[in-house]
Structure formats: structure tokens, C-alpha cells
Design a protein around this ligand. Structure first.
Ligand SMILES: [Zn+2]
Length: 283
């Protein structure tokens, strides 16, 4: 199955307490599109809003009508990336007064009237409880939501279904990301509902895989650095030789996130070079 699965259902009811409506924004970065989730028996809480595709709100309404629901009780966002909060405006014009929350942290250009959700905050729905878990790394403001009733974890972009998470240069941080994964590992989780792709039935196995994958990449990078390969493009060419070249820019971001981590741990060092990629060496 390809990451961008054209047959991925636009709506689904994976459990009594969880409904899923697709953001209708398929792409290289989003797979089949961003999942938005409705939680609860009535007056559901909506997690994330998609990117703001005009057909999303009618699709959401159709699904809610099927379930006998009138409107979401509130919106909680995983993080500030456009494909998660871009739908806020469209939802608010359809459902005036809709309450929207996220962890407020280093935000710029948020929609108006978005309230703060703290780490550990408990959000009560009808038959569901959401516990906000601060999980920076992919984005500095990222919250996952844990639902103890089902031991379900809504991971946003921290754990994905069918791809690895991107750690963007700037706002991303691999050290924090690894800490966030370990934090998620400490929760009693069964299913993971990620923001992209299908349900992950064995949540703990996937989190362990994610940690293992990053540790493997780190070992590979240390290896090639040890062999004197010293720029990001050259490292990507070796480590990602099996990956199509159009994905190499993204792979470069991943390598950079590893190098920044090694730099912070005083294990690697960057030397800036004028009008050329930096040179990286082991310390
Ligand atoms: Zn994101």
C-alpha cells in the first residue's frame, strides 16, 4: 500500500467512542490526508481540523448526521502545522462560537481566540476523557491526547502510520522528539490513532520501532562521519541510496536533525563553509 492511498476511506468509525473524518488533503507530506477525530458518545470533541479544504466541513457534517450529532462541542489541536489547524476558520463559520484550544507555545499567526491547553490538562467529553501529553520534537507545541477509557493514544504527527515523522530544522528537535517517544512509551497504550494513515493496532510496538529506527539512523550517520563523509548531501547519498532522489531534500532534514542532536551531545561539530554545505566532523 502506497503512503498516498487513494482508496483510504474518507470517514470511518474505528470504535464506539472514535469517529474519523479525512481532511481531504492527500500529498507527499500528508499521505492520504490529515485525519481528524471525533471523540465521545454525544457532543463529540474534534481533534484537529485538516488544512481547510472546502469539502471538509460538509463531509464532517454528513458524518456527524449519520451519527446523530449536531456539532462538535469543541476543537483541540495537536499542533500548529497548517494541515492540522487550517480548517479552524471554515469550522467556525459553520459552527459559530466553536471553542478551539492547543498548547500555546512560540506561535505566530494563529487564528483568533485560541486558548491554551497545558501539559497534563484533562478535557472531559461525553464518555471520554482526553489527557493532554506534551510531546515536542516534530513541532515545539505538539500535544498528544491519551484516552484512558480505551487506552488509546492520538499521536498527531509524533507517530505516523506508514511513514516516519519529520523533524523540521528550526522548530523541530530530535533530542526532544526522542524524549517524547519515551514519554509515550510510559503510558499504558493499546491503539494509536495517528494524524495520517490507518489505525495502528499495536501502539507500543510502533513506538519501539520508531525509537529503534532513529537509533539505527544515528549509528549510520556516526559510521559515515567516521569514514570522512562530511556534508549533509553526501551523507544522504549514502544512507538514503535506496530512496528516490526527489525525497532527498526531506532526508537531508532528517540527517540535519541527527547532526544537531549529536552537536548538542558534543559528539559532532559543524564547520560553516561559505556558499557551500557545512562540513561535519566527529568530536
Ligand atoms: Zn506536523
Amino acid at each position: 500500500m502506497s503512503w498516498i492511498d487513494p482508496d483510504f476511506p474518507t470517514t470511518a468509525t474505528p470504535s464506539d467512542l472514535v469517529g474519523r473524518v479525512l481532511g481531504l488533503n492527500p500529498g507527499m507530506m500528508t499521505g492520504p490526508g490529515t485525519n481528524t477525530y471525533l471523540l465521545g458518545r454525544t457532543d463529540p470533541i474534534l481533534i484537529d481540523t485538516g488544512i481547510g479544504v472546502p469539502d471538509y466541513v460538509p463531509l464532517l457534517e454528513r458524518y456527524m448526521t449519520e451519527r446523530g450529532w449536531k456539532r462538535p462541542s469543541r476543537v483541540v489541536l495537536t499542533h500548529r502545522h497548517k494541515d492540522h489547524l487550517g480548517g479552524v476558520e471554515g469550522l467556525r463559520s459553520r459552527f459559530p462560537g466553536l471553542k478551539v484550544g492547543k498548547r500555546l507555545h512560540r506561535d505566530e499567526g494563529l487564528p483568533e481566540d485560541v486558548h491554551d491547553i497545558r501539559d497534563g490538562e484533562i478535557i472531559e467529553g461525553d464518555g471520554v476523557t482526553l489527557v493532554a501529553v506534551y510531546t515536542p520534537g516534530h513541532a515545539s507545541d505538539h500535544l498528544c491526547y491519551y484516552v484512558p477509557e480505551e487506552k488509546a493514544l492520538f499521536t498527531g504527527d509524533v507517530v505516523l502510520s506508514g511513514s516516519t515523522s519529520v523533524i523540521p530544522a528550526g522548530d523541530g528537535d530530535l533530542v526532544e522528539y526522542m524524549n517524547s517517544l519515551r514519554r509515550l512509551q510510559s503510558l499504558d497504550v493499546r491503539r494509536i490513532y495517528s494524524a495520517h494513515g490507518p489505525v495502528i493496532e499495536d501502539g507500543p510496538a510502533r513506538i519501539a520501532e520508531y525509537i529503534e529506527h532513529r537509533l539505527l539512523r544515528e549509528r549510520q550517520i556516526l559510521d559515515v562521519l567516521g569514514n570522512g563523509v562530511d556534508t549533509i548531501p553526501a551523507i544522504v547519498k549514502i544512507i538514503y541510496r535506496d530512496v528516490p532522489e526527489k525525497l532527498h531534500a526531506m532526508a537531508g532534514q532528517s540527517v540535519e536533525s541527527h547532526l544537531r542532536k549529536l552537536e548538542r551531545e558534543a559528539r559532532a561539530e559543524e564547520t560553516l563553509v561559505k556558499s557551500a554545505p557545512s562540513r561535519w566532523t566527529l568530536r
